[in-house]
Design a protein around this ligand. Structure first.
Ligand code: ADP
Length: 165
């Protein structure tokens, strides 16, 4: 039987416990997950791609079922090149829905053999996004409960320790 491979694309700027929860739960459904860090993201990033990858790799550790890669160009082409049939995405609030719906429809139009599968966020992470983590860290709030240690350290190096202006 062929392996069930999912591509989990995103900016991961930086990776949070919300992303990790989707990866962990995704591994119950798929044999392999490819975490695909977007290079051509229009969003201005805080961490360069290579650093985002390092954060992810250090956090995931050695797991033969998870790999980390970058992609640019059309996501569906990348997904096909990895031998995958599924794009894995997380959904938080209703506000995620419209954007995700649009992209999923377009990707399906481009390659109808590729499906997008959504996993609902786990309750503790429903409010959590990379953007809010960056905002709070930049204002010297604590984000210890939101991001893995390597990211926490990187945020402290950028913005200083929590509570210190
Ligand atoms: P993008 O810039 O493509 O939205 P992100 O890194 O922000 O990339 O997110 C990647 C994926 O992870 C998206 O599907 C997003 O909805 C999902 N995600 C992010 N944070 C959470 C969370 N707290 N719970 C569930 N899914 C999440």
């Amino acid at each position: 039987m062929s392996k069930r491979i999912a591509v989990y694309p995103g900016s991961f700027d930086p990776i949070t416990y919300g992303h990790l929860d989707i990866i962990e739960r995704g591994l119950d459904v798929f044999d392999e997950i490819v975490i695909a860090v977007a290079r051509n993201s229009e969003k201005k990033s805080l961490f360069p791609t290579e650093e985002r990858i390092r954060h992810i790799k250090e956090t995931i550790g050695d797991n033969p079922r998870v790999s980390v890669d970058t992609f640019d160009g059309l996501l569906v082409d990348y997904v096909v090149s990895k031998g995958a049939k599924v794009i894995l995405r997380g959904l938080r609030a209703v506000s995620d829905f419209e954007y995700e719906f649009q992209i999923a429809q377009m990707n399906h139009n481009l390659k109808n053999e590729i499906e997008t599968l959504f996993m609902m966020t786990s309750v503790p992470y429903g409010y959590l996004s990379s953007s809010i983590v960056k905002e709070v860290a930049s204002l010297h709030g604590s984000v210890e409960s939101c991001v893995p240690p390597v990211v926490l350290q990187a945020l402290i190096e950028k913005f200083g320790a929590p509570g210190k202006a």
